[in-house]
Design a protein around this ligand. Sequence first.
Ligand SMILES: Nc1ncnc2c1ncn2[C@@H]1O[C@H](COP(=O)(O)OP(=O)(O)OP(=O)(O)O)[C@@H](O)[C@H]1O
Length: 326
Amino acid sequence: MSETMFTETMLSVAGVSVAYGDRTVLDDVNLDVPAGSITAVLGPSGCGKTTLLRAIAGLEPITAGTITIAGETVSDDRRRVAPEHRDVGLVPQDGALFPHLTVRRNIGFGLRSRAGRNDRVEEMIALVGLGEVADRRPGKLSGGQRQRVALARALAPAPALIGLDEPFSALDAGLRTRLRSEVGRLLRQYGATALLVTHDPVEALALADQVVVLLDGRVRQTGTPEEVYVNPADDRVGELFGDLNRIVIDGQVHVVRPHEIRLAQVDPGTGQTLGTVAAVEFRGSYHSVFVEPVGEGAALSVVVPAAETVPALGTEVAVELAAVAV
Ligand SMILES: Nc1ncnc2c1ncn2[C@@H]1O[C@H](COP(=O)(O)OP(=O)(O)OP(=O)(O)O)[C@@H](O)[C@H]1O
């Protein structure tokens, strides 16, 4: 966890399974979300992320296990509390706003009691910074504005838990990054407890206190962003976060990230790992350089900052661990 100490568990998913017909899509899933924190469920398409969120929201029956929200058991083998009584706010993938209602009325939609409704709506509009477009309908908003309305609508009733389903996937790259940090800031400012499901490792690492890696309907690893990135439970988890290199130094195999190795001048007789530059891809602030090792092994992926010179294709280079390099 980050600096904050989380004590109360706001969401507990214990031994939960879900099946569609005779096909099990969630198998004995366990996760706890501490109050006031953000947990990301990360996994590739089809691993069961949306199903998990739907089960938590009460939209999907479970076949085994228990779901507890704010101390109340909402799903187990005997009971399934209706979605509207679960105290969960959902931000679906496409925002799912009501097209015929203004921003203001969309945000106020889930507020049952009239008392204080207007004040609450204005508070939410201010929180997400949509004052200037509050009387527009969703069709007249940008994608980023629509997602902020969806977030405000989910937050308005002050639910125990906010569930976000790939909330940035429909947005272009620049807006995605901007909105991601903005939503992270809003959730923290608000003290919300959130479960974010995503296939995007950057999103999970950037936003979450805790990352739960879901593969084929099973939790493969749970940890802080640093833990799952630096010490993946196995290769499949490691590969979710991008290139993994296996580099042999003095007969020992090191499994390292691209930024943990670097290119060096070939120094004969030193037992370096040698290879030739097989491909170079420009990635904006850095180049990804792929080195085909001499002898066996897959190409090594090395990060070279854009300000540094990139060797030409075919150049013979040495690859060494950045940590031991001098
Ligand atoms: N209503 C349904 N009936 C039958 N199978 C379903 C149903 N909904 C989802 N599935 C299947 O269950 C599996 C998990 O789907 P789910 O949508 O939860 O995955 P996901 O990780 O959210 O994927 P994506 O990121 O593509 O949305 C998939 O194989 C999917 O095809």
